[in-house]
Structure formats: C-alpha cells, structure tokens
Design a protein around this ligand. Structure first.
Ligand SMILES: Cc1cc2nc3c(=O)[nH]c(=O)nc-3n(C[C@H](O)[C@H](O)[C@H](O)COP(=O)(O)OP(=O)(O)OC[C@H]3O[C@@H](n4cnc5c(N)ncnc54)[C@H](O)[C@@H]3O)c2cc1C
Length: 435
C-alpha cells in the first residue's frame, strides 16, 4: 500500500534521514516548487556532538533532540513520516518502508553512519556503541548500574573490575567520552558510592594511531593527551583492542584489562539501504557520489553526509564525517535540485572547513580555526558557544545552558536515572550487552 500523501503536480523530493544533512536540505528547499517528504525511523533530530553528555548524565536527551514536526511547523508543502526505509527500487523510482511504498522523483539518502565492529562478532555482542539517543541512555544506565552492582561484591578487586572502563578509539568522540567519564568518576560516583574504591577505578583509552585526535593538528593532539593524563585516564597509543568477551579487554600490546564495560568509538561505516548496485558503494560502506552528490549510476538519487563518499583533491579518501560537511552538502544540493528542475547546469560542491574542536572536560578543550589554534579555558568557552549556536531550537538551547550552569556550579550531574528504552521494532539495542 502507498503511504498516504496529498496529490501534487510538483516533483516529489524524498529525503531519508533527519540528521544534519537531511534537516538542512529540507530547510533550504523551503518555498521551492517541490513536494517535500522527509522520512526517519525516529520522530526527532539528534544533535550528536552532545550525545556523550547524555551518556555521562550531564544532559537529558530532550536537550539534544528536537521533534522534526517542531522544526518544520511553519514549512508548507513539507510532509514528515516516521518510517524506516527498507529497500530502494530504482527501476520503479520507489521506496519500500515500514509503513508502505513511496514513489519519488528525486531521492536523497541522508541516512548517516553506524558503528563498525569490522565483522568481529564478539565485539558486536559486548562492546557498547554511541550513535543514537537510545545508545547514550543505555550507556548512562550501564555506567550507573556498574556502581550498584559493585556494591554487591565483597572483594575489592572484583569491585574495581566492575567499575573499570575501556574506550576504544581516540578520535573526538572517544576523547570527549573519556574526559566526561573521568569527571563523572571524580565528582559524582565518588560522592554517590563512598563505600566503593572509586578513586582506583581505571579508565583506559585505546587508540590505533600514534596520537589522539589524529585528524587534528599535533599541538591539539598533544594537549588532549596531556589533559586526559592529568585527569587520570590511561592512554594507550599505537594499540588496538583485540578481543573482549565481556569481562577482560585484550590489547594488541599484550596487555589485558579486566573491565565490565567497553565503549566502542573506534570505527563507523555508512548506513546503506539495500536496492542499489554494489558498484555504487565504496570505502567505509559509503555511497560513491560525484561533485554534485549524485550516486554513481543514478542521476536522480543523491547521497549527503556521513553515508556519502565524495573525493576531492584535498580529501583523496573522502570528506570527513562531520556535521558541517553534511550541512554544507545539504545547502548545495538544494540549489542543485532547483537547477535540475529548471534544466540548468549543476554546480559542484566545495567544502569550506571553518574549524574543528573537541572538549576534554571542565575548562579544557582544543580548538582549531583556520587562522588560530587555542587550548584550555578560551577553547572551552568557544566550544560551548559554537555548540549552543548550532543546537536546533530555543527550548534545546535554554535546557542545555541551564543544565551546564547547574553542573558547573554544583559540581554534580542531575540526569542520573537508571532507565532504558525497551527494544523497539525500528531500532534495536541488542548490541548493548548486559553485565
Ligand atoms: C557521538 C558523536 C559525536 C560527534 N561529534 C561531532 C562534533 O563534535 N563535530 C562534528 O562536526 N561532528 C560530530 N559528529 C559527527 C556528526 O554528528 C555527523 O557527521 C553527522 O551527524 C552526519 O550527519 P548526517 O545527516 O549524515 O547523518 P545523521 O546525523 O547520523 O542522521 C542520519 C539519520 O538517518 C536516520 N536513518 C538512518 N537509516 C534510516 C532508514 N533506513 N530509514 C529511515 N531513517 C534512517 C537516522 O535515524 C538519523 O536520524 C559526532 C558523531 C557522533 C556519533
């Protein structure tokens, strides 16, 4: 059965994914002569850069997620349907979804990325990914449950094993998570669990490269390393997580660390929807796109954001998986869809790198702008300012400011409920293991 939508003589643009790319594209098409349909398996947009704060009890999920219907409440000719896209039929220009079939004139795949465990079944089963609100809430519950479980153990060594944390991946997400967990340990867990040896809880950050934040400059990497060490995080460089069966993490340098928790931020791959030719998918499981974001071999199908592999001279391995890349591709694609409709020539996408940043903790961040690098307190203020500006919606911004202010001055974390989403048919959390 077809998804119920009003009849229209306008060409139909279907966008899959209400992430940074999909939302920007839909906003940029406001008032343009298209019938716009946005599909997502969730009814909200997630501001992923602050997800780690939900995982570490600093923010409630509502502060970083905005309902799609709220974002587009004033946009006409726009239709949102909460549905998972299961298959693309490029011959019929049609999608198969969990709520029915949908015909398209132009299809935009903005379905983002997911954790990549490189085919390791053990890691898939036991390591905890952080890509969605559900993941973050499961991680938060897991971190806090560790404290509750450790209280039941009589042996100090077993208690420490219950509390220890290993994080795989020293990119921005791993670094931010390590810093936030170190703060959680020192200012919250130590206070909440005076009976436990919280001060001896180990946090290990494992990175395959010779430095942390290896997509940033060396001075930022060095500073991030120094910050984390000073916060009591053990950093293992040039090291891989080799195996984990739920109790002991084995590293490629021969070390083994007992830990009931392994967080996985060591790799991502594009979310590919079945139906297109295998030759349209390249490195990192991403759709190979040309300079106009057209998927190889499909003139009316486009991919933007994390699931697009777009190579340019400055980025021979493809553009990085960053929010500004998705946003800028969304803006450019909107202009190109209008041009395509008017049978005008398309303009190639150019990425403008306005800077990168990572936060390590209270008063500690590293920021690289095109003309200036800074680290420490000023960088931290800049990081907060930029993230507040980018957050979607006034309600999210005010909730975040309020939470940050309370956390900063009270040295506490308010969102410490142990509560999990039930598995839902549209998004499974089966990869989140239970202790
Ligand atoms: C924890 C974390 C921290 C990050 N920090 C930063 C940062 O500090 N700075 C930065 O620039 N970038 C950061 N990133 C990367 C940035 O968030 C991504 O590059 C960006 O979200 C990609 O946008 P997107 O639109 O491609 O996909 P996403 O934002 O991932 O959105 C994809 C959407 O598609 C939906 N979807 C997927 N499959 C289907 C389907 N089959 N049917 C229907 N809907 C579907 C999903 O539900 C989701 O809403 C971070 C990422 C993570 C995970």
């Amino acid at each position: 059965m077809d998804i119920n939508l009003p009849k229209s003589i306008l060409p139909r643009v279907v966008i899959v994914g209400s992430g940074f790319g999909g939302i920007q594209l839909a906003k940029s098409l406001k008032g343009k002569p298209f019938q716009l349909v946005l599909l997502d398996k969730n009814n909200y947009h997630t501001f992923l850069p602050l997800l780690y704060q939900v995982a570490t009890a600093g923010l409630e999920p509502d502060a970083i997620a905005e309902p799609v219907r709220e974002i587009f409440s004033e946009q006409r000719n726009f239709f949102f349907r909460m549905a998972e896209v299961l298959r693309i039929d490029p011959q019929q220009n049609q999608l198969e979804t969990t709520i029915g079939l949908l015909r398209y004139d132009y299809l935009i795949l903005a379905s983002g990325s997911q954790a990549n465990f490189y085919g390791n079944e053990e890691l898939t089963r036991h390591a905890l990914p952080m890509k969605t609100v559900r993941n973050a809430l499961a991680l938060r519950s897991h971190l806090l449950e560790n404290g509750e479980r450790a209280l039941e153990l009589l042996d100090k060594q077993q208690q420490m094993e219950q509390l220890n944390i290993v994080i795989a991946g020293g990119g921005p997400t791993g670094v931010e998570l390590a810093g936030a967990i170190a703060e959680l340990r020192d200012i919250v867990l130590a206070k909440d669990y005076p009976e436990l040896p919280i001060k001896q809880m180990h946090i290990h950050l494992v990175e395959a490269n010779s430095r942390l934040l290896n997509t940033m400059a060396e001075d930022s990497s060095r500073k991030a390393y120094h910050f984390l060490r000073s916060m009591g995080v053990t950093v293992h460089l040039k090291t891989l997580v080799q195996s984990y069966e739920g109790t002991v993490v084995t590293l490629s340098n021969g070390e083994s660390h007992p830990a009931k928790t392994l967080f996985w931020t060591a790799g991502v791959e594009g979310v590919i929807i079945p139906g297109l030719s295998a030759t349209s998918v390249g490195k990192g499981n991403r759709y190979i796109v040309n300079a106009f974001n057209q998927v190889e071999g499909y003139p009316t199908i486009f991919a933007i954001g994390d699931n697009a592999l777009q190579m340019m001279p400055a980025y021979p391995h493809g553009l990085p998986g960053l929010a500004p890349v998705s946003i800028q591709q969304g803006q450019q694609l909107a202009r190109n869809l209008v041009a395509l409709n008017r049978k005008q020539p398309l303009q190639p996408f150019r990425y403008v790198n306005k800077g990168v940043m990572a936060v390590i903790g209270r008063n500690r961040a590293v920021v690289e702008l095109p003309f200036w690098h800074t680290q420490g307190f000023i960088a931290w203020l800049l990081w907060m300012g930029v993230h507040l500006l980018l957050l979607v919606g006034f309600r999210n911004k005010s909730a975040t400011v309020l939470n940050w202010a309370v956390n900063y001055f009270s040295y506490s974390r308010a969102s410490r409920l142990i509560a999990r989403f039930q598995n839902s048919p549209v998004e499974s959390v089966t990869s989140v293991s239970r202790p």
